[in-house]
Design a protein around this ligand. Structure first.
Ligand SMILES: *[C@@H]1O[C@H](CO)[C@@H](O)[C@H](O)[C@H]1NC(C)=O
Ligand SMILES: *[C@@H]1O[C@H](CO)[C@@H](O)[C@H](O)[C@H]1NC(C)=O
Ligand SMILES: *[C@@H]1O[C@H](CO)[C@@H](O)[C@H](O)[C@H]1NC(C)=O
Length: 187
């Protein structure tokens, strides 16, 4: 008799457990921020890199995968995928500290402006393997373009901040450009 009751009880518990798991009620929980070291003071890091957009020649680092709409004088409708070197100084043969990977898309019909969606993937020292993600509006003929840093990984987990982009040089003939990025990252 007791055995039967025990078996019944076990079955009821199992069913209850299944019902609980089944309704998805335990997929999220509140955590103590200390467990991710969020109680510690944040660091502010300034990163200065040069972004090399090479669209010409036999070995481009940025490729236009979608042309702009016919007759657009502002690159509207174009999409370019990039894997651009980030260097510590203006010359492209200076030290490579990472890659800018992502795309830019012409989304402005009245001036040359791009939606930038890219990760800066760093490769050196304590930053090796860490990334920051930039998502913003880049009107390339403006002197300074500010774009948000919307997140990061590795050392830059929970990052937010902004970048200031300034064109160092631009070759109208080839379309190649070098842009200085000053990044201010809170993480
Ligand atoms: C903040 O900076 C300190 C000192 O450089 C360093 O020890 C610590 O790891 C940094 N924290 C983060 C989250 O990067
Ligand atoms: C980079 O290239 C320039 C010109 O091509 C050259 O004068 C310079 O020595 C190079 N620097 C390095 C570090 O290779
Ligand atoms: C960066 O990390 C990768 C993968 O862990 C490693 O292969 C590479 O040697 C590291 N580079 C530097 C400069 O530390």
């Amino acid at each position: 008799m007791t055995k039967l009751i025990l078996i019944l009880l076990a079955q009821i518990l199992l069913l209850a457990a299944l019902a609980f798991a089944g309704d998805g009620g335990d997929f999220a929980r509140t955590m103590n921020p200390k467990h991710l070291r969020l109680n510690k003071e944040k660091n502010l890091t300034h990163i200065r890199v040069f972004w090399h957009d090479i669209v010409s020649g036999g070995n481009p680092s940025a490729v236009r995968i979608q042309p702009s709409v016919p007759k657009s004088s502002t690159s509207f409708g174009s999409i370019t995928l990039m894997d651009n070197a980030l260097t510590s100084d203006v010359p492209i043969n200076s030290t490579v500290v990472g890659q800018a990977q992502g795309f830019y898309a012409g989304d402005d019909q009245s001036e040359v402006g791009f939606l930038m969606a890219m990760n800066f993937a760093f490769k050196t020292g304590e930053y090796n393997g860490s990334t920051i993600t930039i998502l913003g509006r880049n009107t390339i003929y403006s002197k300074v373009r500010e774009m948000p840093i919307v997140g990061g990984s590795g050392i830059f987990r929970f990052a937010r901040g902004y970048v200031e982009a300034r064109t160092s040089w631009f070759d109208h003939k080839s379309g190649d450009a070098t842009v200085e990025y000053n990044c201010y990252v809170l993480h």
